[in-house]
Structure formats: C-alpha cells, structure tokens
Design a protein around this ligand. Structure first.
Ligand code: 7TS
Length: 396
C-alpha cells in the first residue's frame, strides 16, 4: 500500500488521525527517501568532488548520477543543464541575478503573471527591472491576448508559474513560450507546484529555465534544481563565488569551471540529493501519468463535494487545474477555519500563500487552501467536507 510508505501519515493529532492536505507547502516523505538520507549519513558521508578516498569517490558518483536522473525526469537534453540549488527560491534568484548582470542595461522590463509566488516576483524586483504583469480572469485563467501587448523593446525575460500555488491553475506554458520566443524573449518557468503532479518535459515545453523544489516532490528540504538551456546557461556569469565553481584562482584573476559546476559554489547537500534521487524513483514507480490522473480525480471529487458546504466559495475555477483548492466560507476569516480544522486533525494552509497580489486581485485577505498528493484518499476528503459542514454554521 502506498500510504504505508509514509510513516508520518500514522500520526494522530489531538487523538484523531492526521489528514494532511497541505501538500503544496511540502509533501510528506516516503520511507525510501528517509532511508536514503539516513543511509547516506550512516555509510557514505563525505565531501564530494575533491577527495581521492573511497567514500568521496562513491558519494561523488551517486551525486552525479542523480543529476542524470533529473535530466531524464524532466526531459533535459544534457546533464550539464541541471544545477543543484537549495530550492525554487534559490533557482529563481540565481537566474534573476546572473541574467540581469549579463543582459540588463538599466532600463529593463520583466513580464511576470499576476498569480506568481513572491519568489518569482521579488528576485526580479531586486534586479531593478520594471515588472509588467499578465492579468488573469475571475476564474484564474491568464489572459494571453493581454500578454501579447506587454512586450516592448525593453522586455528581457518572461517568468511564469507552471502551476499556481494559490489558485491551482495549470498555465499554458508551452503557448506562453511560443509567444515569448516569437518576440525573441526567453522564458523562466517556476515548476515548484507542477513537477510532483504532472509529467514535465522541458524540451517539449521549450522553456529556457525551469525551477523546482525537492521538498514539494517527496524529497528532503534543502535541495532543488535549476534547469537552464545550455546555450543560455553558458552565457550567464556565476551567481556565488567559492569552492568548486572555479578552474584557477590567483589574487589577480579567476577563471570559472564548466557547466553546471560554475553555478554550484561550496559543498552541496549530498544527502539531500540522494533523497531526491530516491523520491524520483518512488514517483516513477507510481508512474507520473497515474499520479496525475489520480490527483485529478481527487480534485474533481473534492470540488464537487465542497459544493455541499453552505457559503463556501472557491477561488480558482479554471478548467485546467492541479490538486489545489483555495476557498472562503461566508465572511469568516481563513485563519479561524484553519484553526478549527486543525482541532479535528486536518492540516490545511491559511493566509495569502506568498501570493499577495492574487489576494489583492480578489480583494480578500487570504484563503483556506487544501492541496492534494498521491496518498490522499476519498475518505479523507469526505472527513474534510463533513468537518467543514460542522464548522460553517459556527462562523456565519
Ligand atoms: N514557487 C511556487 C509556485 C511555490 O508554490 C513556492 C512555495 C515557491 C516558488 C518557493 O519554493 P521554495 O521551496 O523555494 O520555498 N510555495 C509554498 C506554498 O504554497 N506554501 O508554502 C510554500
């Protein structure tokens, strides 16, 4: 049984079984990942790339094999296009910082969507660029006609989420890439909410950069990935300086290492990388298409059943959605709903979900958000809906 591979799902909260519906924040970890991490520290711990001894060589080998595994998992052409980072946030900051150094000239514009997580807004603001924003409809669908009008001679890059963490919308990234490329502008896709829930193929998508976080795909926290198309990545200057990213260092002049090491200064998170490797094996054993179909069924079932709760409004009703449901009940505050659900053992997230512009768009302070993963069940959704039916009258 799949659920049995997740020890934390046996936890009881206030004496009730945990119902974990906060997967967009982070997914739980299967035994294979937990064991990969502890096995590394029990049997293999050593610093990689710089040792001649056996442990260092073996850890290096496994670390680098994981790079190849990720390359195949997301359909990249070459493993040198896979840069390890701490997560999506660091991946976006890396691109924003290095891309700006290389291509910005002081009067620059970046196109983002109105439904970005703050980590795909603030790094671009830090470059000094002006942000131009793709609007979205009440349903949470991006307006691609409006996108066409945002391009100017100053547009340097388009940065969009593959899946919105607050609305669940799956954005038409391939179409966005086509539009941007027709204007000669590259595209960064924030895949944090996509990669555990749908098949990702960066070559088919045509994007120039793709960012992801391991902890949202059953892997440990502290490991993430930046995919960069080789031709473009090789043009970017380093992000951080330190060990491993250099070829030769003198006090007068330093030359840099080749891709991808040029972007990986310092000791990497080797144990976490091996955890990510185990997480990819785990997902591939389940089958990405099977996971996507199962979660789509959960989403449809939950959406339908939530219609039974008086006064409940869903934010984000696009036809093409991933397993994220944001909602409010009557005039109640999301925090109150979340707190009452918690008392029944149900974990959801409340607030602006680091997407304040989305909340501003609807004129609300935040939402309650339930988000699904492959171990959630219809029974859990039933319990969630029954809990909301009990809570709703208390709050209205
Ligand atoms: N982009 C999106 C779309 C996200 O949902 C998140 C995290 C990030 C970027 C940042 O990822 P990190 O791993 O670098 O932190 N989203 C959430 C969330 O929805 N609730 O908690 C974290």
């Amino acid at each position: 049984m799949l659920r049995e591979q997740f020890p934390i799902l046996e936890t009881r909260i206030y004496g009730r079984p945990l119902i974990y519906l906060d997967n967009a924040a982070t997914t739980q970890k299967p035994l294979a990942v937990i064991e990969a991490l502890s096995d590394y520290y029990k049997t293999l711990n050593s610093n990689i790339h710089r040792g001649v001894h056996h442990l260092a060589a073996e850890a290096t080998e496994l670390h680098e094999q994981t790079r190849g595994k990720i390359q195949r998992f997301i359909g990249a052409r070459n493993s040198c296009e896979i840069v390890f980072t701490r997560g999506t946030t660091e991946a976006v900051n890396l691109v924003a910082s290095s891309f700006a150094k290389r291509f910005f000239d002081g009067d620059d514009e970046v196109i983002v969507s109105g439904m970005e997580h703050h980590s795909n807004i603030v790094p671009w603001q830090l470059t000094g660029a002006k942000l131009r924003v793709i609007p979205f409809s009440d349903e949470g669908v991006l307006d691609l006609e409006a996108l066409e009008c945002l391009f100017t001679s100053k547009t340097r890059i388009v940065a969009v989420a593959h899946v919105s963490n607050s609305l669940g919308t799956v954005n038409p990234v391939r179409q966005i890439v086509e539009i941007a490329h027709s204007h000669g502008v590259p595209v960064l896709v924030d895949g944090a909410q996509a990669v555990a829930h749908t098949v990702v193929d960066v070559q088919q998508m045509g994007c120039d950069f793709y960012c992801l976080s391991g902890h949202k795909m059953y892997a440990p926290m502290g490991i993430g990935v930046l995919y960069g198309r080789e031709e473009l990545l090789s043009e970017l200057p380093p992000y951080q300086g330190g060990g491993e990213m250099i070829k030769d260092v003198t006090f007068e002049h330093t030359t840099y290492n080749e891709l991808p090491f040029r972007f990986e200064a310092g000791t990497p998170s080797v144990g976490d990388t091996l955890g990510l490797s185990a997480a990819i094996d785990f997902m591939q054993q389940a089958g990405m298409a099977t996971i996507a179909a199962y979660e789509d069924d959960l989403l449809r079932y939950a959406t339908r059943r939530l219609g039974e709760v008086d006064g409940l409004r869903i934010y984000g009703t696009a036809a093409h959605k991933a397993g994220v449901i944001s909602f409010l009940i009557g005039e109640s505050h999301p925090y109150d709903v979340g707190t009452l659900l918690d008392k029944m053992g149900i974990a959801v997230r409340t607030g602006h979900h680091c997407a304040q512009p989305v909340m501003d768009r609807y004129g609300i302070p935040g939402t309650v958000r339930a988000s699904f993963a492959l171990y959630n069940t219809h029974e859990e959704i039933d319990a969630f809906v029954e809990a909301l039916k009990r809570i709703a009258p208390m709050l209205m």
